[in-house]
Design a protein around this ligand. Sequence first.
Ligand SMILES: Cc1cc2nc3c(=O)[nH]c(=O)nc-3n(C[C@H](O)[C@H](O)[C@H](O)COP(=O)(O)O)c2cc1C
Length: 307
Amino acid sequence: MLKDWIRPLLRPLPQWSTIAAAPPSTIVTATLRWHGQEADVTADHTVAALKPLVIATSVDAGEQPVLEYRDSVSGSLLGRLQLQRCGSVATDQHTIALYQVSAGEHHCLAWPQRQWHAWLQNRSMLKNRQPQHLGMEPQAVQQLMIAYLCPRPVVLVSVSVPGHRNIFPMDLIGPLQRSGLYSLALRSTNISEPVMREARKVVLSSVPAAMKATVYKLSEHHKQPPSDWAALPFPLRPSHEYAIPAVAAALHIRELQIVHSERIGSHTFFLARVSANEKLADGEQLHHTAGFHQAYRRQRHAPFVEV
Ligand SMILES: Cc1cc2nc3c(=O)[nH]c(=O)nc-3n(C[C@H](O)[C@H](O)[C@H](O)COP(=O)(O)O)c2cc1C
């Protein structure tokens, strides 16, 4: 009996929660603050690399801004990241600021649980290093989870040129609103990375939450791209402009013209223009958020729908 009661206390919260949410998710707002100034960056910040952990935005927020995440209904502060300017990426028309995360804290759990779960999670990370974290230090993974307080939509990225085709999941993606650009952060070791740099065209299918298992399966075979589009376990449709195969059941299909790519630590950071935007259906898209965010929602009797 005592064991049943004590076991959940000794188990760390899951790092990630896969949820169903209608896009674009504005459940959490993100604000940059610096020298008495502020800018809403809910649709204007993305992760540019994991190692080091770098945030990109089209707002020039000085040298050491703070990025705050708040629940958009209650206004409660959920978490904050301390940023340090580490460079910029320039296209012919825009400059995107790059900020390395230097510290972070979340307020989703009360004080003793916050420390306790972070300790349990860090211990578990050190014991079972996950390849998707690319050898990131536990502290950086904790900071990454804070960046996921704004639930991140999952897409399937299609690449197709003569001799190479691939379709794989990504969530380090999103608009940099003020510049009109769209960014993607892809591990530089991904087999499609050189093709994307060369062909400069990709198609993003926003996947319904019900496709979670299929999406994860694609990632398992990331070293062997499909030999034939017809071999995929779901129907495809050609994208509007590029005629690249996209997910037929997608909620939204975006065709991107890549205008710039650059290595940033572990990742290649792509900047693109949206050349076609097809909204196909209303519905709930697969998203990722932090496990402690779901715990926060659960305590308030408003959990996300987990898939
Ligand atoms: C839901 C989900 C989201 C992912 N998001 C990204 C991403 O944003 N960037 C990335 O490089 N890989 C992401 N991946 C992993 C890629 O799909 C792919 O497996 C990886 O880029 C392959 O690189 P590797 O061969 O170097 O491991 C994601 C995987 C899953 C399951």
